[in-house]
Design a protein around this ligand. Structure first.
Ligand code: HEC
Ligand code: HEC
Length: 164
C-alpha cells in the first residue's frame, strides 16, 4: 500500500458532521498507531501537532522518537491535514468551540471534546477496564478508524449502545 492509500480512513463526506476528513497515511498509522489509536490530523490544530512532533523524546512520559525521514513525513502529513487547515464539519466545530483559548497537546483537553463527553461517568471510562482513558477513542467509537464519530455508532464496552 502506498502512503496515501484510501483504505485506512474513508473519504470525507460533506454531510457527515461527525466525521473527520483524512487522507490516509499508512506510515502514520504504523508509526503513531502502535501505542494508541492513530488520531486523525483534523482533531487538533497545526500548533498542537507541531508541539507533539517536536517533543517525541518525552511524549507523555514515553519515548516516541522516530527516524528523521519518518518524522519529516509525518509532521508534514499532520500539518497539511490539521484542523484550521482542512475545512470540514468536525475540525471546524473543534476550532469554533475553542474560540480564543490556546490548544494543549491533547484532543481530550479541547473544549469541544470536554463538551461532548461531559456526561460520561468515571465508572464507564477511567474505572472501566476495557476503556481506561478517554484517549482510547476506538474502544467506544466503533468506526473511529474510518474517521466517523457519529453518535449512533457508539458502543461503550460493558455498557452497550449509548442512547442519549
Ligand atoms: C511509545 C508509545 C507511543 C507512541 C509510539 C506514540 N504515542 Fe502518542 N501517546 C502515548 C501515551 C502514553 C499517551 C498518553 C495517553 C493517555 O493519557 O491515556 C499519548 C498521547 C497522545 C496524544 C494525546 C491524546 C489525548 O489524550 O488527547 C496525541 C495527540 C498523540 N499521543 C499523538 C501521537 C503521535 C502523532 C505519534 C507519532 C508521532 C504518537 N502519539 C506515538 C504513547 C505513544
Ligand atoms: C468511554 C467512551 C468514549 C471514548 C473513549 C471516547 N468517546 Fe467520543 N463520545 C462518546 C459518547 C457516549 C458520545 C456522545 C455524547 C452524547 O452526545 O450523548 C461521544 C461523542 C463524540 C463526538 C461527537 C459526535 C457527534 O455526533 O457530534 C466526537 C466527535 C467524539 N466523541 C470524538 C471522540 C474522540 C476523538 C475520542 C478520542 C480522543 C473519543 N471520542 C473518545 C464516548 C466516547
Amino acid at each position: 500500500m502506498g502512503d496515501d492509500d484510501e483504505g485506512y480512513f474513508s473519504r470525507w463526506s460533506n454531510e457527515a458532521r461527525s466525521g473527520v476528513p483524512s487522507k490516509a497515511s499508512k506510515r502514520y498509522v504504523e508509526e503513531c498507531g502502535g501505542c494508541h489509536f492513530p488520531y486523525q490530523p483534523g482533531l487538533l490544530p497545526a500548533q498542537s501537532w507541531e508541539g507533539i512532533m517536536s517533543g517525541l523524546a518525552d511524549h507523555f512520559g514515553e519515548s516516541a522518537e522516530l527516524p528523521n525521514e519518518d518524522a519529516v513525513f509525518i509532521r508534514k502529513y499532520l500539518l497539511d491535514n490539521a484542523a484550521g487547515r482542512v475545512h470540514a464539519g468536525l475540525p471546524n466545530r473543534i476550532m469554533g468551540s475553542q474560540g480564543d483559548r490556546d490548544f494543549s497537546l491533547r484532543i481530550t483537553e479541547t473544549r469541544f471534546f470536554r463538551h461532548e463527553h461531559n456526561e460520561l461517568p468515571q465508572k464507564l471510562v477511567q474505572e472501566n477496564p476495557q476503556v481506561r482513558s478517554f484517549s482510547n477513542c476506538d474502544t467506544c467509537h466503533a468506526r473511529a478508524m474510518q474517521g466517523s464519530y457519529n453518535e449512533h455508532e457508539i458502543k461503550i464496552p460493558g455498557y452497550g449502545h449509548w442512547d442519549d
